[in-house]
Write a new protein. Structure first.
Length: 306
């Protein structure tokens, strides 16, 4: 029987993962690994809803503000770094929490991504140039010819998804989908997954309020400070790309704010769709603390060696 357990807490943006995770981590006396593909960047504090300073002092967090937007980073690199970290933490704690909403990053740790390559800057720049000159439809059609299997399952309205798939193909000569369908890698620890979700109207109301709070906290100023880096992939993100359009005069501020809310709601919907494919996830409303704690304790204890 495996001795250690990774407790994974997933769910859509703004659902309340952080506060629930901190309570569980405090109860178990352990640490939290953040699994958010944007909270890793130190320059993106407000727009990524990074845990507050107070929350970060309550429990030791990892993979928060540990990279720069100027650093190249991907799910395969995250997998390697998290697995190395887990072996260190498991020497101290039998259970570790991993919390976030980035489905590909979560799957990378739990199931493995087969050695996605580091992409040469010239390849990325060439794809970006074609996108800027000819628009998203041109690179979408390119990907449909190269990797129809990936296009059947991915959100190919999202430029980031298209960029990633094209980058991998031109770097390796192999379709991106072939990297995602290999047999699941064996892990030397147990994995228990819980998902948090709310009634859709309630979640959308929370998202809208959080966007308003981000604006009050200075999101626009944060974005203005990153204008010279707006072309970087890390910043092709909800909350940033809309305000970049405002800063360059393409749209009015209120329109940008409305778009952030709309696009965040769409992102939450895509996250839920992604996680619903994973039948190992046990779902809860984040307000149902007793049920969550009972499930966690029962499953953590069940995994312990006799």
């Amino acid at each position: 029987m495996k001795e250690n357990t990774l407790l994974v807490i997933v769910g859509p943006t703004a659902v309340g993962k952080t506060s629930v995770a901190i309570e569980i981590a405090q109860h178990l006396g352990t640490e939290i690994i953040s699994c958010d593909s944007r909270q890793v960047y130190r320059e993106m504090r407000i727009g990524t809803a990074r845990p507050s300073d107070e929350q970060l002092t309550q429990i030791k967090h990892h993979f928060i503000a540990c990279k720069s937007v100027y650093d190249y980073y991907n799910a395969s690199m995250f997998e390697i770094e998290v697995l190395e970290l887990l072996q260190k933490i498991f020497k101290i704690h039998n259970t570790v929490l991993m919390v976030g909403g980035s489905g590909l990053y979560i799957d990378a740790v739990c199931k493995g991504i087969d050695d996605l390559p580091t992409i040469e800057p010239e390849i990325r720049e060439n794809i970006l140039k074609r996108y800027n000159e000819n628009g998203i439809e041109s690179i979408r059609q390119e990907l449909l010819k190269i990797d129809p299997e990936y296009c059947r399952n991915a959100d190919i309205r999202n430029p980031k998804r298209i960029f990633k798939a094209l980058e991998v193909f031109y770097m390796t000569g192999k379709p991106y989908s072939t990297f995602l369908t290999k047999p699941q890698k064996e892990r030397n620890f147990n994995i228990v997954k819980i998902g948090l979700n709310r009634e859709r109207k309630e979640l959308y109301n929370i998202i809208d309020k959080r966007v308003d709070m981000m604006m009050k906290e200075g999101l626009l100023e944060e974005v203005k400070g990153l204008v010279n880096a707006h072309h970087l992939n890390a910043l092709n993100t909800v909350g940033y790309k809309e305000l970049f359009d405002y800063v360059d005069g393409s749209i009015e501020l209120q329109e940008a704010i409305n778009l952030i809310k709309q696009n965040t709601r769409r992102y939450a919907k895509r996250q839920i769709t992604w996680f619903n494919r994973d039948k190992e996830i046990k779902w809860f409303n984040p307000e149902d603390k007793k049920e969550i704690f009972d499930f966690v304790l029962q499953n953590i204890l069940k995994q312990k060696p006799r």
